[in-house]
Structure formats: structure tokens, C-alpha cells
Design a protein around this ligand. Structure first.
Ligand code: HDD
Length: 710
């Protein structure tokens, strides 16, 4: 089914969750006629009321209330974009826990009741770029989840990276000003490759660990569906016995963690700036529903100080050897949005949204966030933003908060205060579900300070770098070199080399050589040599190779082998991937034996060779058919498709005469080909290759899977 057809079908799709049912209240049932905003039927929406002598048009009249309404509404369509994370995409889904295993940590039913299905809405985003910027830039990705629980809304406002740039919320305006476009010329868009950002992080070494992550392949996710998600901050859980635990929340993608290589990401920014947004829509609409496992790391209160880092410092991970990750549930996204603005643009997340059984910690970044999000929503959406359809809870809301701009609710009765003689909406004791703070003992002096362990910034940056595979390290060195090459102030790129020399001597040396910095003579600090497997993204390759949801292009010209193409498409569909026929024109392409232009009877090519680029697909197959293979070999653009895909280490398959074209295109005579594969085997081998996709530069010849003409 085409994407357009799948989206149409969704209009009548089954309502699955409480939140979707709730949204139906505001979903417009389409009528056949046009009205103004107040329901008066409109006879002409094209011509402003004018003075006319019947043949010429005179001045337009202010009295035209229909034209004025249309124009005024248009003039006010925009709201302030998010100050960060302006560019995003969203989808609906549901969350379930597998058992009541988390009861030892919390009494929150959303985390402990396996009979429940909780509606969720997720918004993914980039951080730096404005609303119209490209999806595939190097950046952190936002991963914000709203749970519409029966006890109220709970938000995990996280990222695809487990740590953050700064330790204290008071530094947030500075880091954001530094990374955003520079004030004098509003450059650059969607990039951190500029003087101000690297100046700031050079002077703020607490960001060193985060820089390692963003400059690694994690900064270039292949898809929102192939990223981990992290709550980042330290939260707390409280169980029925009143015991408290510090926790970190994790999302692990079912499809594994995969990234672009830099060259692909750069090109897609221009070729298809909406790549991630479309990828999410395509996967959900074609039934490959994105899924994440949900896990928690928990530390009992009594062990808070047992670690050589502060567990409330958001620039540190909790290594899984020290604090194991327990998988307790899963989330599936199964519905695209109906309309972007009221859902994705108006959704408002707040770290302060928690439900009984879940609590905050003294993490100084979280404490500040708990103030900032509510505040920013007032500026974006007005004080009654909680009432917007996408934000309102699925359980009753009853209180004495009133009025304000754009209030929707109408309360009956004479009372809007508490206490009142009628005892309307009474506070609920904790034993009956009322929220109560954990009775934490606090003592101390007021001071602007950070804890002693917050002063150490390089141990975990080193741990991360040491844990990468060789090719991941090379990608990271190239990424920092790219960024610092875009900084033209020597003070900036020279000082950052000094920071890197605290992490790894070779890393610092190589970057300094690449960007014209001062090459260090000795390490600023010894490398502790420790590593841990869970930090490399290779660790998250799917256990079973899969091609699910991958985009596979079949390159043909007239004269292709029809049976092979049909076999390939069936095999691709069976693997829940999508196949795309790329031909000499969009329209019918004719197989061996058929007359070109004879009408139906071949296959419908989805795109012309110039209509797409290899970067937009995960794998490629060239079927047999002598004439088709010869025509492909004579076309510069099709040769480029294959060479570029090969350069990006993508899976490439060929059958029959297609093999000849492939060998010719990549011009690598030394490669040993497996010529005994049929259509099914070629396609299933893609799964193996795609799991290694992140190993890009080392895949080499393995990416070529070539089959015989069956
Ligand atoms: Fe933030 C948006 C994630 C620190 C202040 N942040 C925002 C979004 C995500 C994050 C995913 C987009 C939500 C959406 O899709 O609407 N932010 C993080 C993470 C952080 C973090 C993982 C570190 C642990 N943020 C942070 C701090 C502050 C903010 C320290 C302020 C003190 N963040 C905001 C904000 C935004 C925001 C200005 C902009 C738009 C919005 O909130 O709704 O309030």
C-alpha cells in the first residue's frame, strides 16, 4: 500500500487507547459546505468585496467581514517556536509493563500494573535548529514521552543521549545561547560548528563527556525509531513500604541503534530535509510500528554516596556493571497524528509532571527544569495550555484554578475557592491516591555551590571514548575535526585541543593536526584505560538480524527480469521492509519480451533515477535482464547510485546480468562474490549487513551480496 493510501485508511482506523478516544471529541467531522468561523455559510471565498462599475475593479471595502476574518486569522497563525527543540515530529502509542516486578521500587500503577495499557504521545526533535531546519543534522535528539495515566499525566522529557552538557540549570541559557545561531548574523542553522559553541564548551569542561557523545555516531541517528531514549536526570521512585530509590529511565529500540555516516547525513539535509519526520510516518502507516523496551536503573537511598561520581550529576552515566538495567515494559507507536499543529506543535511537556509513586531528586539540573518547562508553555501557548486537547489528561481534573486567556472549561455552581461550605472537590489523603512528597530530611546552609564530586569531568568522557570500536573513534575524530574546522578563531580551536588532551592523547593529537591546532607533546592526564561494552552503539545491534521497515531500492531499466523483481518484492514484503522500484521514468517499466510503451504489464516505477538519491535507501538490488543491465551500465546517474551506496557501505545485491552491472559500477575486481544466492537469500542477507551498518567504514566488501539468476 502506498503511503498516501495508508494515511487515508487511518481516518477510519480503530480507536485503540483512551487518549485517542478523548481526542475524537475535538476531531472535526467534515461537512460538504464552507462556513466562516461562526458557522455562517460562505458563498465566495476568492474575491474581496469591492466597488465596481461592472467591468473594472475599484477599491476593496473594509466592510467585508468574511475577507477580514480570513486575513486576520491568517495573520495570527504562528506561535513562538520552542526556544530549543523547535523542530520535531510526533506520534501516538501505548505503554505496558510486563509484570509487577517494579513493585519493589514504586507503587505507581503505570509502572506496576501489567493489566493496564497507558496511552502515550511522543515527540522527537532536534535541539539547535529552528522549526524549518533539516532533520538529519548532527545534534542531540529530544525524546519526550507523555503518559496519559489514570492518575494524571506523567512526562519523561528525555534525549537520545544519557547525559547532558551542564550540571546546573542556571547554565542553560548560556549553553543555548552559545549553540544557537550567533547573534550578529543568525548563522549557522542546525549546526554546532561555530566559534561560539566551541568557545563555550572549551571553557566549560563539564560538557566534555556530552561532547564525546554528540560527536560520535549518536549525533546522526538513521531514524527516530533506531535511537535509545533516556530520562537523563535522576528521578526517584517510592514503594508501598515508603522506601525510596534513585532511578534513571531508559528506552531501548527494538530495531537496534543505527546511525548515518556523516556524508549521508549531510546530503540528506538537502535532498530530503524531512527525512526523519517522513520515516516515522512511513513506518507507522505501513504497519512497522516502532517499539522500545523500557528499563530502569535503581539505587536504594542508602547507597547514594557509594560511587566515585555523584549520582545526581546529569553529566554522568551510571555504568551498567555498577547499576544493572532492568527491563520492565515496552512502548509501541501505532498512530500518526491527524494534524501537526494541534498535536505536535501544541503538545507541552514538563519535567514537573509526575504521578504518585514517582518523585524528583536534588539533581540541580532537574530542579531548574521543573521551573522552566511550565513557564515556557505559558509563553508559547498561554496559561490554559493544560486544556488543549493533546495536553489534557484522560482522568478527571477538578480544582479551583480559574480564568486566564482562552479558558475552555465551564464550571457550574457558586464556588471557586477552598475551603468552602459545600466541600466541593476535597483534597485527597495519600492513602486514597493524593500526591504526597517523600518526607526527605534536608539541612544545610544556603550557598551557590556544587557538590565535591561534581568537580571531576574527564573520567567518564575517557570511559566513553575507550569503549568505542576503532571505526567509531575514527568517526568521532572526523566529526570534531569538521566542527573545529568551521571555527575560524584560533583561540577557539586551540583551546579545545587542550580539553581533548584530558581525554585521550591520540585523539587530541589527531584533531589538532587536522584543524591546524597546537599539537600536544604529552597527555594532560593519563588515560585510565577502562571501558564498558554498553556505551558503543554496536552493543545495541538487534540480536536477530532484521530488514523490518528498511527501504530497499530495486534498480531497473526496460528489459528487466520480471520473475526476479516479483520474487524480490515478495521477499522484501515478507521481511516487513518496503521496496521501491527506481526506473528510467515514473510509470510503467517493461520486462524482457514486452514492448516498451505497450501499456500495463510491467512494474510501476516509483521514481525516476533523478527523482531520488541512493542516500534515501538502506539497500539496493539489481535484478537480471540483459537489456536492463546494459542500460543501467550506460547511465551515469545509475552508476553513481551504486557507487555512492557502496561508499556508504550499504547492502547491495544483484542477480543474473545485474551482477555484471554491479561489478562494473563499483570497479573492484578483487572482491570475492557469492554467486549462489537466490532472491530470498539476497534479501535476507541484507538484515545481516544492516545490523553492521554503523560499522560503515569497516564493512567494505561484505556489503556486496550477489545472487545467481533464479
Ligand atoms: Fe529541555 C524543551 C530535553 C535540560 C528548558 N527539553 C525540551 C525538549 C526536550 C528537552 C526533549 C522538547 C520537548 C518537546 O518535544 O516539546 N532538556 C532536555 C533534557 C535536558 C534538558 C534531556 C537535560 C537533562 N531544558 C533543560 C534545562 C532547561 C530546559 C536545564 C532549563 C533550565 N527545554 C527547556 C525549555 C523547553 C525545553 C526551554 C523548550 C520548549 C519547551 O521546553 O517546551 O523549557
Amino acid at each position: 500500500m502506498s503511503l498516501a493510501a495508508a494515511l487515508k485508511e487511518k481516518v477510519t482506523a480503530v480507536v485503540e487507547t483512551k487518549k485517542i478516544a478523548d481526542l475524537q471529541r475535538d476531531t472535526v467531522k467534515q461537512e460538504k459546505f464552507l462556513t466562516n468561523d461562526l458557522g455562517v455559510k460562505v458563498s465566495d471565498t476568492d474575491n474581496w468585496l469591492k466597488v465596481t462599475d461592472g467591468t473594472t475593479s475599484g477599491p476593496s471595502l473594509l466592510e467585508d467581514h468574511i475577507a477580514r476574518e480570513k486575513t486576520t486569522r491568517f495573520d495570527h497563525e504562528r506561535i513562538p517556536e520552542r526556544v530549543v527543540h523547535a523542530r520535531g515530529a510526533g506520534a501516538h502509542g501505548y505503554f505496558k509493563v510486563h509484570s509487577d516486578a517494579a513493585k519493589k521500587y514504586t507503587f505507581a500503577p503505570v509502572l506496576t500494573d501489567p493489566s493496564r495499557t497507558t496511552s502515550t504521545f511522543v515527540r522527537f526533535s532536534t535541539v539547535q535548529g529552528s522549526r524549518g531546519s533539516a532533520d538529519t543534522v548532527r545534534d542531540v535528539r529530544g525524546f519526550a514521552v507523555k503518559f496519559y495515566t489514570d492518575e494524571g499525566n506523567w512526562d519523561i522529557v528525555g534525549n537520545d543521549i544519557p547525559i547532558f552538557f551542564i550540571q546546573d540549570a542556571m547554565k542553560f541559557p548560556d549553553i543555548v545561547h552559545a549553540v544557537k545561531p550567533e547573534p550578529h548574523n543568525e548563522v549557522p542553522t542546525g549546526q554546532s560548528a561555530h566559534n561560539n559553541f566551541w568557545d563555550f564548551v572549551g571553557l566549560q569542561p563539564e560538557s566534555a563527556h556530552m561532547i564525546m557523545w554528540v560527536m560520535s555516531d549518536r549525533g546522526l541517528p538513521r531514524s527516530f525509531r533506531m535511537m535509545q531514549g533516556f530520562g537523563v536526570n535522576t528521578y526517584t521512585l517510592v514503594n508501598a513500604q515508603g522506601e525510596r530509590f534513585f532511578v534513571k529511565f531508559h528506552w531501548l529500540p527494538e530495531l537496534g541503534v543505527h546511525s548515518f555516516v556523516w556524508d549521508e547525513a549531510l546530503k540528506i539535509c538537502g535532498q530530503d530535509p524531512d527525512f526523519h519526520r517522513k520515516d516515522l510516518e512511513e513506518a507507522i502507516s505501513t504497519g512497522a510500528h516502532p517499539k522500545w523496551h523500557f528499563g530502569i536503573q535503581a539505587i536504594p537511598e542508602a547507597r547514594e554516596h557509594d560511587f566515585d561520581f555523584d549520582i545526581l550529576d546529569a553529566t554522568k552515566v551510571w555504568p551498567e556493571e555498577l547499576v544493572p538495567l532492568e527491563i520492565i515494559g515496552e512502548m509501541v507507536l501505532n498512530r500518526t497524528v491527524d494534524e501537526y499543529f494541534p498535536e505536535v506543535e501544541q503538545v507541552a511537556f514538563c519535567t514537573s509532571h509526575i504521578v504518585p509513586g514517582i518523585g524528583f531528586s536534588d539533581d540541580p539540573l532537574l530542579q531548574g527544569r521543573n521551573f522552566s518547562y511550565f513557564d515556557t508553555q505559558i509563553s508559547r501557548l498561554g496559561v490554559n495550555w493544560q486544556e488543549l486537547p493533546i495536553n489534557r489528561p484522560v482522568c478527571p481534573v477538578m480544582n479551583y484554578q480559574r480564568d486566564g486567556k482562552a479558558r475552555h472549561k465551564i464550571h457550574q455552581g457558586t464556588i471557586n475557592y477552598w475551603p468552602n461550605r459545600a466541600e466541593q472537590f476535597k483534597p485527597v489523603p495519600p492513602s486514597q491516591g493524593g500526591f504526597a512528597e517523600f518526607p526527605q530530611k534536608v539541612a544545610g546552609m544556603k550557598a551557590r555551590m556544587r557538590g565535591a564530586k561534581f568537580q571531576e569531568h574527564f573520567n567518564q568522557a575517557q570511559l566513553f571514548f575507550n569503549s568505542l570500536t576503532e571505526y567509531e573513534k575514527q568517526h568521532l575524530i572526523s566529526a570534531i575535526s569538521f566542527e573545529l574546522s568551521h571555527c575560524d578563531d584560533p583561540v577557539v580551536y586551540e583551546s579545545y585541543t587542550k580539553v581533548l588532551n584530558n581525554i585521550d592523547f591520540d585523539l587530541a593529537k589527531q584533531v589538532a593536526i587536522n584543524v591546524g591546532g597546537i599539537v600536544p607533546e604529552k597527555p594532560a592526564r593519563a588515560n585510565h584505560g577502562k571501558s564498558t561494552p554498553t556505551l558503543s552503539q554496536l552493543y545495541y545491534a538487534p540480536k536477530e538480524p532484521t530488514i523490518k521497515s528498511r527501504r530497499i531500492a530495486i534498480l531497473v531499466a526496460d528489459g528487466f527480469d520480471l520473475a526476479q523483481v516479483e520474487g524480490l518484492r515478495a521477499a522484501i514484503k515478507a521481511g516487513m521492509a518496503t521496496s521501491w522500484v527506481i526506473g528510467p521514468r515514473r510509470g510503467w517499466v517493461y520486462p524482457e519480451g514486452a514492448q516498451v510503451g505497450s501499456g500495463k504489464g510491467g512494474v510501476w516505477a516509483d521514481h525516476h533515477y533523478e527523482g531520488q538519491r541512493s542516500t534515501l535507501f538502506d539497500a539496493f538490488v539489481i535484478p537480471g535482464g540483459r537489456k536492463s543491465a546494459e542500460a543501467l551500465a550506460e547511465n551515469g546517474r545509475t552508476i553513481h547510485w551504486i557507487r555512492e551506496a557502496f561508499g556508504h557501505c550499504k547492502a547491495i545485491g544483484a542477480i543474473g546480468e545485474g551482477v555484471q552491472f554491479l561489478c562494473q559500477a563499483v570497479m573492484l575486481p578483487g572482491i570475492e562474490y557469492n554467486t549462489n544466492l537466490n532472491s530470498d537469500e539476497v534479501v535476507s542477507s541484507f538484515g545481516v549487513v544492516s545490523t553492521g551498518k554503523i560499522s560503515a567504514s569497516t564493512l567494505g566488501a561484505d556489503a556486496l551480496k550477489i545472487g545467481k539468476g533464479e
